[in-house]
Write a protein that binds this ligand. Structure first.
Ligand code: 5AD
Ligand code: SF4
Length: 426
């Protein structure tokens, strides 16, 4: 979601007539888009702000802006720590950035805007922005109404609002005409997308499937409590462009912890969803988010998390240490788990998942898979190109640069920890 917001802000800057520079020391304006979902991204954002603040001290004419969830959360308090900030803008206000920019540049007045009630903005049209990109994101809804007890998102991103389906489809058409072949629909909880009786999330997916020139559709993130049978069925549809991959955060494997997290499902319900997803699409890749050290998490609760991971066999996992977020219910709970214990648990969990991911990747050796060629491999050298399977696994292989943006068949030769190596089948 933040990447999408950053793209939105970057397009507003370009439309204003500005262009990108490689070195922040040469910039006329610097905008830092921030996240505050856990303590770590917050610390990273604050230290980046410190570095930019040092540049601003040397060059007071620099326009220094912070956007995103940390801006929303800290609001005016940010001026105490960084008095030279020119703009503090929450994530729901990015649609107003272009106008604010004008007053920042012409009026040189400080601006603070943290209104979580704003409607989702229409996309900015910035010709050429997506050139060279194969995959793109579209936000289909903003905000979240779930109030999981550990989570700050509903406070900083405001109430859930779905976007008009025609606006989503027209944004998709524009991206496709700019060369995008794969679109990920974004929301904190996409399966509660609702426009009217005729348009819920599965019907939006079907509409996306009718767009000419689009090869693949993905979505993220789904909430297990809102996974409908109708959505599960979408994965089983033949000829569909919906990719066989779902990111379905489970957060914890113990029902006692899930209840304290206010997640609205049990481990049994979660495992049943996994079973039903695999029933309609046996090759579906399932990835998830999990945290360790939620307040009161005992070692037997943690064992239940490990047990769920072993039973489900996720393709990959994003795993985190719980951190207190101000204003959330969990931050006020007793029995906080020691930091050293969290580190220990996270290490055990990540070692387990590493083996599972490696095993899954190795089991693909010898298989032929359809890969969307995205570009030059990040590591450079040989094999020189990289793309992703429909199940979202990165594959490196050798091919011609004119294959970028095309679907090719690749035979998997080697499964590794984080990627696959393959050979193109001509
Ligand atoms: N502490 C640790 N992890 C968190 N997440 C959300 N809030 C917290 C928190 N307070 C994790 C969840 C979520 C992911 C985006 O970040 O796993 O799915
Ligand atoms: Fe946070 Fe829960 Fe909303 Fe996800 S569903 S953004 S974890 S409150």
């Amino acid at each position: 979601m933040n990447e999408y917001d950053s793209d939105y802000l970057a397009q507003s800057l370009i439309n204003y007539g500005l262009s990108a520079v490689d070195n922040p020391n040469n910039a006329d304006i610097i905008l830092i888009n921030t996240c505050t979902v856990r303590a770590k991204p917050q610390q990273k954002a604050l230290s980046m702000l410190g570095r930019i603040s040092a540049i601003k001290k040397r060059r007071p004419e620099l326009i220094f802006c912070i956007a995103g969830c940390l801006a929303q959360e800290m609001g005016v308090r940010l001026f105490e720590r960084f008095p030279d900030l020119d703009l503090i803008m929450g994530p729901r206000d990015i649609g107003k950035f272009y106008e604010i920019l004008d007053s920042l540049i012409t009026g040189r007045k400080k601006v603070i805007i943290t209104d979580t009630g704003s409607a989702p903005p229409d996309p900015v049209r910035c010709s050429g922005f997506f050139n060279g990109r194969i995959s793109g994101n579209i936000s289909i809804m903003v905000g979240c109404d779930n109030f999981c007890s550990y989570c700050i998102v509903p406070y900083v991103r405001g109430r859930e609002i779905s976007r008009f389906p025609d606006a989503i489809l027209s944004e998709a058409r524009n991206m496709i005409s700019a060369g995008i072949k794969e679109i990920t629909l974004l929301g904190q909880n996409v399966n509660s997308y609702f426009w009217n009786k005729e348009t819920n999330f599965p019907s939006l997916l079907h509409k996306m499937g009718t767009l000419d020139g689009l090869y693949r559709v993905r979505f993220t993130t789904s909430h297990p409590k809102d996974m409908s049978d109708e959505l599960i069925k979408c994965f089983g549809e033949k000829e569909s462009i919906l990719c066989p991959h779902i990111h379905l955060p489970f957060q914890a494997g113990s029902n006692r912890v899930l209840e304290k997290m206010r997640r609205g499902y049990t481990r049994e319900k979660y495992m049943d969803l996994v079973y039903r997803l695999r029933e309609v699409e046996p090759d579906i890749a399932i990835t998830s988010d999990v945290m360790v050290g939620f307040p009161g998490e005992s070692s037997s609760d943690f064992e239940l998390t490990l047990d769920l991971i072993k039973k489900v066999q996720f393709d990959s996992l994003f795993s985190f240490k719980y951190s207190d977020r101000d204003g959330t219910l969990a931050s006020k709970m007793d029995n906080k788990v020691d930091e050293s214990e969290k580190v220990l648990r996270l290490g055990i969990l990540q070692d387990l998942q590493k083996q599972i991911t490696l095993g899954k990747n190795r089991s693909l050796e010898g298989k032929k898979m359809s890969v969307l060629v995205e570009g030059i491999s990040r590591k450079g050298g040989y094999p020189n190109f990289s793309g992703r399977t429909a199940s979202n696994k990165v594959v490196n292989f050798s091919c011609d640069s004119n294959m970028i943006g095309h679907l090719v068949n690749v035979e998997i030769k080697e499964g590794m920890n984080n990627s696959l190596k393959g050979e193109i089948i001509l």
